[in-house]
Design a protein around this ligand. Structure first.
Ligand SMILES: Cc1cc2nc3c(=O)[nH]c(=O)nc-3n(C[C@H](O)[C@H](O)[C@H](O)COP(=O)(O)OP(=O)(O)OC[C@H]3O[C@@H](n4cnc5c(N)ncnc54)[C@H](O)[C@@H]3O)c2cc1C
Length: 456
């Protein structure tokens, strides 16, 4: 087992147990009629489940306040998603972060935490550690060198604050500590509120922070643990679905477009919806002016990833392929020479040649061409609304984030604490707050973690 952090590196409850912990405390199980003793291998103030971005940040913030913090990770090392993020350079924040950059059933929820721990706060930490960074585009900050620097920074901060970090630990279950009303326990009491069953033994804690992330990229340790735990404690879950994920062509579109794999161009992307209710949603859904990439299986690239978070199975997405350009204006300006060759010539000035060629060929096959002004205007409007009805998305295996999660309507927006169970906190991606592409998801992880770390 790999151990990080500086405090109490021996086996929990073993001879090396540090003086700051109350090892082998005996408490009773919370059975209504039968009070059964359970031996705690260790007792801490705060147990944090999941050593990703949010878990590490929360652990170090709580430890800086003098809390005894145990950070438990079931993977073999901490911060694995950080390491692969931003193409290995970690887009660690966005300087333009606002609540509008997030999806949630409760759109105002994120405001408080985001306002109290801003991108400037995280940048200050990055600068304190001498990590060089740059703004790539649209306020997105990346490491000049490597995402490893962000993980190393968080590990160092955790170690200095005295966080005890344990990797390779299986967390079996969590239950309220003895048959005591958790709300009646004073925060500085030695009586734990929760017992966490782990492969290291039973651990008692006053505050339990769930930072186990969402379902995206199971190969990197994603589990549904956080949602299951939330449900067991009575919390509602907004159904998780893949976000920031490539979309898959329908069979017909696959035939039409897949051999253009590799072609990329700037679009304005939006979720297109039909029906009245959907139309209202569409009016609220943002549009994204970024690159689209055609792949062998569908469409990807930043514009597509952005709209994928808003897309629902069965719905359509649409792309303005030539934003802000009246492509066929030259044809309208003259009475003759209105034909497919002229249309192609006009299109290739603003679109990759292969895309322009394919577009013209498909349209020419469908009709001999209506070269009246009205016909040309129709062609123009088609270019500004390339509409696809995807068969699906590439799913959690490829999704950068999970949309949905623990319903925020039962969490305190200032502290991330459960309004149902005192001392229970949910932070980061496990919560129903999902950022756009561009560093927003890490900023949410840092901000929600700081909010909980200040009180847990
Ligand atoms: C390929 C990729 C690139 C990305 N790039 C960016 C980017 O550049 N910028 C950005 O803002 N966002 C990016 N994201 C999104 C970002 O990584 C996540 O939003 C962020 O990591 C969420 O942090 P978290 O701590 O809540 O969850 P995670 O980082 O997922 O951490 C959760 C941790 O909990 C652990 N865990 C899970 N279940 C258990 C359990 N039962 N017991 C113990 N531990 C458990 C996991 O192993 C993991 O270490 C990217 C995501 C991916 C997949």
């Amino acid at each position: 087992m790999r151990t990080y952090g500086s405090r109490c590196t021996g086996p929990i409850g073993g001879a090396n147990g540090c003086a700051a912990t109350q090892c082998r405390t005996t408490v009773a199980k919370a059975a209504p009629n039968k009070i059964e003793a359970v031996t705690l291998e260790k007792q801490v103030d705060v147990a944090v489940l999941g050593a990703g971005a949010a878990g590490m940040m929360c652990a170090l913030e709580a430890a800086k306040r003098g809390r005894r913090v145990l950070l438990l990770e079931h993977g073999e090392r901490v911060g694995r998603k950080i390491l692969i993020s931003g193409g290995g350079r970690c887009n660690f924040t966005n300087v333009r972060t606002r609540a509008e950059n997030f999806l949630s059933e409760n759109p105002h929820f994120a405001k408080s935490a985001l306002a109290r721990f801003t991108s400037r706060d995280f940048v200050a930490l990055v600068e304190k550690h001498g990590i060089k960074y740059h703004e790539k585009t649209l306020g997105q900050l990346f490491c000049d060198d490597s995402a490893r620097q962000i993980v190393a920074m968080l590990e160092r901060e955790c170690a200095e604050a005295g966080v005890e970090t344990r990797c390779g630990v299986t967390v079996g279950g969590v239950r309220p500590a003895p048959a005591t009303d958790a709300r009646s326990i004073a925060p500085d009491s030695l009586q734990p509120r929760f017992v966490v069953e782990t492969s290291l033994g039973s651990i008692g804690c006053m505050s339990l922070v769930v930072a186990t992330g969402g379902l995206s990229i199971p190969a990197l340790g994603a589990t549904a643990f956080g949602y299951e735990l939330a449900r067991r404690f009575g919390h509602a879950i907004v159904e998780p679905r893949p976000g920031l994920v490539p979309l898959v062509f329908s069979v017909a579109d696959r035939e039409r477009w897949r051999d253009l794999a590799g072609v990329a161009f700037e679009v304005v992307a939006r979720v297109d919806a039909t029906g009245e209710a959907a139309a209202k949603k569409r009016a609220k859904a943002p549009v994204f002016r970024e690159a689209l990439l055609v792949t062998h299986r569908g469409v990807s690239g930043p514009a597509v990833l952005q709209v994928s978070s808003y897309w629902r199975p069965g719905g359509e997405v649409s792309f303005d392929m030539v934003p802000g350009v009246e492509v066929f204006q030259p044809l309208l300006a003259r009475a003759s020479g209105r034909d497919w060759n002229s249309a192609f010539a006009a299109m290739r000035t603003v679109l990759p040649t292969r895309m322009a060629e394919r577009w013209v060929r498909l349209r020419a096959n469908q009709s001999s061409g209506d070269w009246t002004n009205a016909g040309i205007a129709r062609l123009e409007s088609e270019l500004h609304a390339w509409t696809l009805r995807p068969d699906g998305s590439e799913g959690f295996a490829k999704a950068e984030v999970t949309v949905g999660g623990v319903d925020t309507r039962e969490l305190d927006a200032r502290t991330m604490e459960s309004q149902r169970v005192a001392g229970l906190y949910f932070i980061g991606e496990v919560v129903d707050v999902t950022g756009w592409l561009g560093g927003y998801n890490f900023q949410w992880a840092w901000a929600s973690a700081a909010a909980a770390g200040a009180v847990a």
